[in-house]
Design a protein around this ligand. Structure first.
Ligand code: ADP
Length: 469
């Protein structure tokens, strides 16, 4: 592997996680082995020291009972009948001269001359004699039996070392597969842990112009990465809706403006062909101004509808008193209604509140009231009412107008749709689309109940004050 690819590998989270996982696993295994080794070694140590001390005390007691002969006899008998005697025994006389010595055959390596330096002491004195090859040590406990004798009992660390060596060999044999297992386990864990991230990366890679439908598959683990995937999918959903909405809006605006622009152009061309008749030219110019104003209103309304539908409309949400809102709009239209002899009646309790953008809500009510006046014959009646219904506030705009044909009811919310019987009235066919879009942007609903010849009732239901998030 080249140095560059090794550097790149080091940057990968998967590799770093593998190293961390396996490192921690291997270090923990090492630590456990070291701990076990330490306890085993110190327990063997303790066992040896206790055995030496016990033997020393036994032999010392023998001496006290039967003197030097009994002590020597005991050791000699043991030497004869027991195959393996693990204790070294030395009895020294005055000036520490060796009187009796028993060295198990395998321990001849120790320089026992050094034991002659051990002082006579009534309490146990410990000495350590290193072997010739420095591997084993003879641990010796000495005690003076009387002023004349010094008894020394010892044991080589050979057995202990053998056990520990065996333990170390097992450890080395186990460690190699353990390290391999640690790496394999670490790599597996890292691979599993990074699965959601890999899904995320491949999803982001597959996104592109015109391709926003890819989603990160949810593993239903309920962990943070699963939550991230869900949030990411939610974000993609919103972006896709926004892009589709913007594309549709652009298509719609381009399509809807085509007719008025063609009309506008036709009027201008007609004026040009009118052989400089100033009267016709003036009329054409007036038509053009009127047409351009219609176009401007249309464009603004279309933009408002698009913004509301795609969710980018900025709503200045406030707590709005419904009664005051209705009164304000009714007041604006009272003169127009009076001109047609229409009675506008409002009914709303003063304690109804909405969380809404007051200007947008005014626009909604104004459109509904404007329609009601437009499509109600002279002498009719319009009722604007508001009331509480569960957690919603329902506003009704009821008229005694021409009504809407059942086949057309579902289409009146479409952009630019105008019912056959209302073509004589001025209008763009955008008012109800805007009403629906604004109400839905406030998380509300619109409905209409209508009977041709009898009248229509438009209903808006919106979450009351504290139910709009
Ligand atoms: P317009 O500019 O034509 O009023 P709208 O989008 O506001 O456009 O309304 C769409 C159509 O729904 C109207 O053309 C009309 O035919 C019908 N409409 C709306 N309100 C009423 C009403 N109160 N009574 C009868 N018909 C209505």
């Amino acid at each position: 592997m080249s140095l560059r690819s090794l550097k790149q590998l080091r940057k990968k989270i998967g590799f770093r996680l593998t190293v961390w996982y396996s490192g921690i696993f291997i270090l923990s295994a090492l630590f456990l082995f070291a701990l076990a080794y330490f306890f085993l070694s110190s327990s063997l140590n303790k066992q040896d020291y206790e055995a030496i001390q016990l033997r020393l005390e036994e032999l010392s007691a023998l001496y006290q009972t039967g003197g030097r002969e009994l002590l020597e006899r005991e050791v000699t008998i043991e030497k004869k009948f027991e195959k393996k005697i693990p204790f070294f025994v030395r009895l020294a006389g005055r000036e520490n001269k060796t009187l009796f010595l028993f060295i198990p055959y395998q321990w001849v390596e120790f320089d026992i001359k050094q034991l002659e330096k051990v002082p006579f002491n009534t309490t146990i004195t410990w000495a350590r004699l290193p072997g010739k090859n420095n591997r084993n040590v003879l641990e010796v406990a000495s005690i003076s039996l009387s002023n004349d004798y010094l008894l020394q009992v010892g044991k080589s660390t050979e057995d202990r070392e053998k056990t520990l060596r065996h333990f170390r060999e097992i450890f080395t044999a186990v460690m190699v597969p353990l390290i391999l297992f640690g790496f394999a386990g670490g790599a597996f864990l890292a691979f599993r842990a990074l699965r959601p991230i890999r899904h995320l990366i491949s999803t982001v890679r597959s996104l592109g112009p015109g391709r926003m439908d890819a989603r990160v598959p949810s593993l239903q683990t309920g962990d943070e990465l699963d939550e991230l995937a869900t949030l990411f999918n939610g974000m993609l959903e919103k972006i896709e809706t926004l892009i589709n909405g913007m594309r549709d809006s652009l298509d719609n605006v381009a399509h809807d403006l085509r007719t008025p622009i063609t009309r506008f152009r036709g009027t201008a061309e007609m004026a040009l062909q009118s052989d400089q008749n100033p009267e016709i030219c003036r009329e054409a110019l007036a038509d053009c101004i009127e047409e351009s104003e219609r176009m401007l209103t249309m464009l603004n309304t279309l933009m408002d509808i698009s913004e509301a539908v795609t969710g980018v409309m900025k709503l200045d949400l406030k707590s709005v008193n419904v009664s005051a809102l209705i009164e304000g709009v009714a007041e604006l239209y009272r003169y127009v209604a009076e001109d047609k002899g229409i009675l506008v009646h409002t009914l709303a309790s003063n304690d109804l509140y909405l969380t809404a953008d007051p200007n947008r809500m005014r626009q909604v009510l104004a459109n509904l009231l404007d329609n009601a006046i437009k499509y109600t014959p002279n002498g009719g009646r319009i009722d604007i009412e508001a009331n509480h219904s569960g957690q919603k506030i329902v506003i009704l705009v009821k008229d005694t107008g021409i009504g809407i044909h059942p086949e057309e009811v579902s289409r009146i919310w479409d952009r630019l749709y105008r019912c056959d019987q209302s073509r004589s009235q001025k209008g763009l066919g955008l008012g109800l689309s805007l009403v629906k879009a604004i109400v839905q942007a406030h998380k509300g609903q619109v409905k209409v109940f209508s009977e041709p010849g009898k009248g229509s009732t438009f209903t808006i239901s919106l979450p009351s004050d504290d139910h709009l998030s």
